[in-house]
Design a protein around this ligand. Structure first.
Ligand code: UDP
Length: 239
């Protein structure tokens, strides 16, 4: 069976309904929620504060320390709490992406902690977490050269699609699914994070970059609106 229609009825380049809001955790220095359909992520930023142990301090610049976690019941089969290989990998790629836009020279010897929690997962959680974290850092007043925006582009059978769901990730027929999470900077559209799960011919890779630029620009608009104080909830009234 060839893949001609998305299971949830979306157009190939259409995003899921978005929720975006900042200031959701009053005790944090900065915080944000970003949801794409049934994938819901929150991020909280604490700091900058002096880094311990002292041997890790750098008098020239600070560091961004990210921790990504999923709530045990965010997925249908309970996720084991605590660090895993997957959560360490996602924390690392998230730190790298965020560090590329934050002006680290502003907080020498210090650390900014970014806690990301996935409340509900339906694929694309690393992207939702990065989007929330980027907003939370800006909300905390951390100086950034640009924002970052993330989306997962899929190749399902022979179609390039934006913001894939778990059901699409599990599509087994034809050429099968490919999942390509991209993170781009807001002004220069530099790619600061790119992963690939599956296969894509080089000749079609350019198409996936074009799709991610378009999708990230749309998502950026929501991030900026939320940072200006809007509470966006396109999920309202949907189950
Ligand atoms: N997932 C799950 N249990 C896990 C990890 C992942 O059910 O322990 C599901 C969840 O819906 C997640 C999806 O698999 O969003 C895809 O996971 P992946 O590792 O590809 O990362 P993501 O797409 O969430 O960034």
């Amino acid at each position: 069976m060839t893949y001609t229609k998305r299971p949830d009825g979306r157009e190939m380049h259409e995003l899921r309904p978005i929720r975006a809001e900042v200031g959701i955790i009053p005790n944090a220095d900065g915080s944000a929620l970003f949801a794409s359909g049934k994938t819901v992520a929150i991020a909280a930023v604490y700091g900058p504060k002096i880094l311990h142990p002292a041997s890790m301090r750098n008098p020239e610049k600070g560091i961004i320390r990210c921790e990504y976690n999923m709530l045990p019941f965010s997925v249908s089969e309970r996720a084991r709490p605590g660090p895993s290989r997957r959560s360490k990998e996602i924390s690392k790629v998230t730190s790298n992406a965020l560090s590329s836009v934050v002006d680290l020279s502003r907080f020498p010897n210090s650390v900014v902690d970014v806690q990301i929690m996935i409340l509900q997962a339906d694929a694309g959680t690393r992207c939702a977490g990065i989007n929330a974290a980027s907003m939370a850092l800006a909300h905390a007043g951390i100086v950034m050269n640009e924002l970052v925006t993330s989306v997962s582009i899929g190749k399902i059978d022979d179609k390039i699609v934006a913001d894939i769901t778990k059901e699409e990730e599990d599509w087994e027929e034809g050429e099968g699914p490919t999942d390509i999470p991209f993170t781009m900077t807001s002004r220069k559209n530099d790619i600061v994070h790119l992963q690939l799960d599956g296969n894509i011919p080089t000749s079609r890779f350019k198409e996936s970059i074009d799709a991610s630029v378009k999708a990230c620009n749309k998502i950026l608009d929501y991030q900026i609106r939320a940072l200006k104080g809007e509470k966006i909830n396109e999920n309202e009234g949907k189950k």
